[in-house]
Design a protein around this ligand. Structure first.
Ligand code: DAH
Length: 344
């Protein structure tokens, strides 16, 4: 009996359990009602009286050992279970969460919105037209005569087999669409995508954006054009911006002028951006040619108007000092994320 107690104690000490099943095996083998502990207890009655006391003591110690071992195995398996479940999921729940990146508005969208909001405050609405245009709206109604060299000012993407259809080369086509539908007073702004068959380089792209402006009413004068664009330049580029008008030519305006602003980088002293001239060009403009008004069903004897057109990429490049137009379409997050702080 004493040897048996000793052996059983050794066996209990050595027992290892790695799973719930092995823990159950321990319980069944040693401490359940039919386990070895109960059966050895049953043998106490066979021990001679003078040894009973000693045997009882040893059996109590064995019982205590078996109980403690059982608790130890339970603790061990609980711990193994909880650490293995987080390992399987591959998650360390104690780590702080990683922050997620907010997107940013594309600089072209931001500049377009800013231009719109400046003109909306002085009574302009926004109008839209198709990117696939016919010859009438892109050229003829705008006073480009057939085969006139002025058509070559803009390299056009024509639709094969139908020379009447082209991708619009400018948003001036929307002027025509608005005037055909609406009698003056008209004050409208038309932002949109335009297409030109040009080689892509740091300075030019075959797809870019323009904003067209049109104001037609009784007694609209060149002074209104000057004042309107002066207001725009100051709002867009700062209070101290100066504006100058250079005579130019467009088939749809007479007289025509190109609009320059004083370089806001060097304040007119001369730098790389203004090519050391102190001025940068921002738009084409002029008084709507009377032929264009009558082409669109507006009486040029009664109404006059001014129009202007500017490239959004160009304005954005000046404003943010971007030196390569291709960056706008390359979707490089390192470029785009720099505009996160612009709220428009
Ligand atoms: N459509 C011209 C271009 O794409 C820009 C322009 C010039 C628009 C003069 C106008 C204007 O409305 O009056 O180069």
């Amino acid at each position: 009996m004493f040897d048996k107690v000793k052996n059983l104690a050794e066996e209990i000490k050595k027992f290892r359990a790695q799973s719930q099943e092995e823990l159950e095996q321990y319980r069944l083998k040693f401490i359940s009602k039919k386990g070895e502990l109960s059966s050895i207890m049953g043998e106490l009655k066979n021990v001679p009286n003078e040894k009973k006391r000693e045997a009882g003591q040893q059996l109590n110690e064995l019982k205590q050992l078996a109980k403690e071992k059982f608790q130890e195995l339970i603790n061990y398996i609980d711990q193994a279970d909880s650490s293995s479940s987080t390992q399987t999921a591959g998650i360390d729940l104690t780590l702080p969460p990683s922050s997620f990146e907010l997107g940013s508005m594309h600089p072209i969208t931001a500049v377009r919105n800013e231009i719109i909001s400046i003109f909306e405050k002085i009574g302009f609405n926004v109008s839209d037209g198709p990117e696939i245009e016919d010859d009438w709206h892109n050229f003829s109604a705008l006073n480009f005569p057939p085969n006139h060299p002025a058509r070559e000012m803009q390299d056009t993407f024509f639709i094969e087999k139908n020379p009447d259809i082209a991708l619009r080369t400018h948003t001036s086509s929307v002027q025509v669409r608005v005037m055909e539908k609406q009698q003056p007073p008209i004050r409208t702004l038309s932002p949109g995508r335009v297409f030109r068959n040009e080689a892509i380089s740091a300075r030019s792209h075959c797809i870019f954006h323009q904003v067209e402006g049109l104001y037609v009413d009784k007694n609209v004068s060149f002074l209104d054009l000057k004042q309107t664009l002066y207001h725009f330049a100051k709002e867009m580029f700062g209070k101290n911006t100066k504006v100058r008008y250079r005579p130019s030519y467009f088939p749809f305006t007479e007289p025509s002028a190109e609009i320059d602003i004083s370089c806001f980088i060097c304040n007119g002293d001369g730098c790389n951006i203004c090519k050391h001239s102190g001025w940068v060009e921002i738009a084409g403009s002029g008084m709507v040619d009377p032929n264009v008004l009558s082409n669109c069903g507006i009486d040029p004897e009664e109404y006059t108007g001014f129009a202007f057109g500017m490239g959004i990429e160009r304005i954005a490049m000046l404003k943010f000092q971007i030196t390569d137009i291709r960056l706008f379409t390359e979707n490089d997050v390192r470029f785009l994320s720099q505009f996160r702080r612009i709220n428009h």
